[in-house]
Design a protein around this ligand. Structure first.
Ligand code: AMP
Length: 475
């Protein structure tokens, strides 16, 4: 008996001990912060129509202009970015998300896309392809910057690069594509800012001149620019600090110190832009924050009346990059748009987001058997390209019809107990209220006929860029 009592006590004691252990483990767990990291955002369903429109317009334009899609990893070896973007740049010095993996590799999250794409171009021997090799990419990039409106730590870029062609007509075409992207998204008031920062030969002489000038004004520069003057003097020109801007106004300008080749290149670019009727501003202080640029640099600015200009995108020529990271000498040019900035601007100018096609048919069911059958019927309709709405969780016909009315569908298909047994379906015209009974076998054809061919919605068509007013895509 004593043994039995002991056993019972032991059995009872065990759960209490386990409970204590669970409590202790819980105590050690940090609470989960129900928010993303600083500078990172969820893209919620209500914002997705803007993202969808950006995806559709950019993918369509990339195809129209002969770009092929490429996707490269978000994580690369750090030295790819250090060497290509430049050790002295803000992006590499302050903003790189870099870490050592468990295997000891020094890696970083990409802060832009071109370096990874150039790496892939070399690795996959794309230099043997017919030139120019035009590549399009889209995805997230990461910069450990100070977050504010329009500046995030995780953001998305759409990126266009063209390898293997040095003719300035490519520069003009890239600027044309960039302008088309924003205009097709409904952002009409833009400013195209262009500059030439020369090649390594003429830039060296220009840099010396600039450094001399900056040294004579050193006391008037901010702390960052005093340091920049040594490592990346051109960056002083686009510093946002007032006192540095004042110094920059009278600084020597790169366009006045180009070698003959760079001068002719820039002149031809401007002639092509004139030919395209693309108005531009030559901005001598536009230098861009990455070391790999040569000759042409450009940005697309939003033309907000409040005077707050935001750079929606930018790029330039980078003739030395491929060779610098280990490939053969390959002239190239590219640009990237920041998708979040574009969407902010679309909202500001009330540009239309993508409007998904709406279902014209509702499927209602009543009773257990009908409910079961309606799942299959839904899938049959879907397979036949007919966009259908349903509310399977609701039991009453009245409440289902209320949903159908709210959705503004043209017809409701009603499947009740009797219809399920008879293999029929009631078709209710939601405008006239008329009803008819159709055999389940002929239902698809009948529905298609009633919706008329041009009303049949095929929603798996990714080749179509929706016009803002368009509600439906056609077969
Ligand atoms: P960049 O690669 O610096 O030339 O930037 C190209 C475009 O990306 C800019 O014109 C912006 O639209 C966008 N962009 C750059 N930095 C950020 C950021 N921190 N947050 C959001 N968008 C950005």
């Amino acid at each position: 008996m004593a043994k039995i009592i002991k056993k019972v006590v032991a059995k009872k004691a065990a759960p209490a001990k386990a409970k204590k252990q669970v409590k202790e483990v819980k105590k050690e767990l940090e609470p989960i912060a129900l928010q993303p990291l600083r500078g990172m955002k969820d893209i919620l369903p209500e914002d997705q129509p803007y993202w969808e429109q950006v995806r559709r317009v950019t993918e369509r334009l990339s195809r129209d202009y002969g770009f092929s899609r490429i996707d490269t990893p978000i994580v690369e070896f750090s030295n790819l970015f250090n060497r290509s973007i430049g050790e002295g740049t803000d992006i590499v010095e302050k903003e790189l998300y870099s870490f050592v993996t468990k295997g000891g590799d020094k890696v970083a999250l990409r802060p832009e896309m071109t370096a990874g794409i150039a790496r892939a171009y070399i690795q996959h021997g794309m230099n043997v392809l017919s030139k120019p090799v035009k590549l399009f990419s889209a995805g997230t990039v990461y910069r450990y910057d100070r977050p504010q409106e329009g500046r995030y730590r995780e953001f998305s870029q759409v990126n266009f690069d063209s390898f293997g062609e040095q003719d300035p007509i490519l520069d003009a075409q890239m600027i044309q594509v960039a302008a088309r992207v924003v205009q097709n998204l409904g952002i009409k008031a833009i400013q195209i800012q262009v500059n030439s920062i020369g090649c390594p030969v003429c830039r060296k002489q220009y840099k010396d001149l600039l450094v001399n000038y900056l040294e004579s004004k050193a006391t008037k520069l901010c702390i960052d620019c005093k340091r920049r003057m040594e490592v990346s003097p051109l960056r002083v020109l686009d510093c946002k600090e007032d006192k540095c801007s004042q110094v920059a106004v009278s600084a020597p300008q790169s366009v006045d110190h180009l070698c003959e080749e760079c001068r002719v290149h820039f002149k031809s670019l401007l002639e092509y832009l004139d030919e395209l009727d693309l108005p531009y501003t030559i901005n001598p202080r536009l230098v861009r924050g990455l070391d790999y640029y040569t000759k042409t640099v450009f940005e697309i600015w939003s033309g907000s009346e409040e005077g707050r200009k935001s750079s929606l995108g930018g790029g330039g020529r980078y003739d030395g990059l491929v060779k610098m990271i280990g490939g053969e000498a390959t002239p190239a040019i590219g640009f990237a748009f920041g998708v979040e900035r574009i969407i902010l601007e679309m909202k500001r100018v009330q540009a239309k987001p993508y409007r998904a096609p709406k279902p014209k048919v509702f499927l209602a069911q009543l009773g257990d058997l009908a409910k079961k059958k309606s799942l299959r019927l839904f899938s049959e309709l879907e397979k036949n390209g007919i966009l259908v709405a349903e509310s399977f969780g609701r039991g009453s016909l009245k409440s289902q019809l209320r949903v159908a009315n709210r959705l503004g569908v043209e017809m409701t298909l009603i499947l009740g107990q009797k219809e399920a047994l008879d293999k029929t379906v009631i078709i209710k015209n939601m405008i006239s209220g008329e009803q008819e009974t159709a055999s389940a076998e002929k239902l698809i054809d009948l529905v298609k006929k009633k919706l008329k061919t041009d009303n049949v919605v095929v929603y798996h068509d990714h080749n179509h860029v929706a016009e803002p007013s368009q509600e439906q895509e056609q077969t």
